[in-house]
Design a binder for this molecule. Structure first.
Ligand code: SF4
Length: 253
């Protein structure tokens, strides 16, 4: 970790946000690289890498730039969200957590909820344990192996493998106090229907904050998803109401 170069393009820096870290004015850093290939993902460049090195260097900030930003905003921002991509796979994540904490920031970690060993390692380390965790839950756990995972993964199609990972991550995140965690679902019509909501709800704690977001059919990783119409407001509200019959804290963001 000590040898990681700080001047390389590492992630997208959102300098200030009041919607990402509940209760905090925060910065967000979206790190490169992800083990999944969600067909609706709109972070194509972070997941697959930038096609052009120049574009990467203008779009991505280095960790040095992130740290300078955090030093300048000390006392104004109170939190930092580390997101991705998948930050649990990124070698810079521990370094960023330690530095931001030294500067007095609270840490929110976003995870796609498929890496229980890495998640456990970070939360069991007192220097790295985040103050808040947000876990994605994308569809029924048994659908990850075909519809969410990377088709070039050796575990593609291994339904039980992925289901176990998602369930274990949900258990780990559930061990956090209720006010320090949330679960998030994008309302992608092909992935989130009533039966999926029921199956997702089965692995969430009853006191979960379950945040639903509308699907945006633009720049999707799988171009076919650009042709899928998002749910109407009424359809989305009905699904979230249905989710609320299982988990009272289900909300449409
Ligand atoms: S978990 Fe899915 S949505 Fe999130 S960055 Fe990876 S591919 Fe994109």
């Amino acid at each position: 970790m000590a040898d990681l170069p700080l001047d390389r393009p590492a992630g997208i820096l959102v300098k200030t946000t009041c919607v990402d870290f509940p209760g905090h004015l925060a910065g967000s850093f979206f790190l490169k690289g992800c083990n999944l290939r969600c067909p609706y993902c709109y972070n194509r460049d972070l997941v697959l890498g930038f096609e052009d090195a120049e574009e990467a260097s203008t779009s991505l900030a280095s960790t040095e730039e992130l740290f300078t930003h955090l030093e300048r905003r000390q006392g104004i921002l109170t939190g930092l969200t580390i997101s991705g991509g998948e930050p649990l796979l990124n070698p810079y994540t521990p370094l960023i957590i330690k530095k931001a904490r030294e500067l007095g920031y609270l840490i929110k970690l976003d995870t796609n909820g498929t890496l229980p060993d890495e998640l456990e390692a970070i939360i069991n380390n007192s220097d790295l344990r985040p103050d808040f965790i947000a876990m994605d839950i994308k569809t029924s756990p048994e659908r990850y192996g075909i519809e969410i995972c990377n088709k070039s993964s050796p575990f593609f199609g291994k339904t039980e493998y992925w289901e176990k990972k998602v369930r274990r991550c949900a258990e780990i995140v559930s061990s956090f106090p209720a006010e320090k965690r949330e679960f998030r679902t994008v309302l992608v019509p092909s992935l989130v229907q009533k039966e999926d909501i029921k199956k997702m709800a089965e692995i969430l704690p009853q006191d979960a904050s379950w945040q639903f977001a509308p699907f945006r059919n633009e720049n999707c990783l799988n171009p076919a998803y650009n042709d899928i119409l998002p749910y109407s407001d009424a359809e989305a509200a009905e699904l979230v109401e249905y989710a609320r019959t299982f988990v009272e804290g289900a909300e449409l963001r």
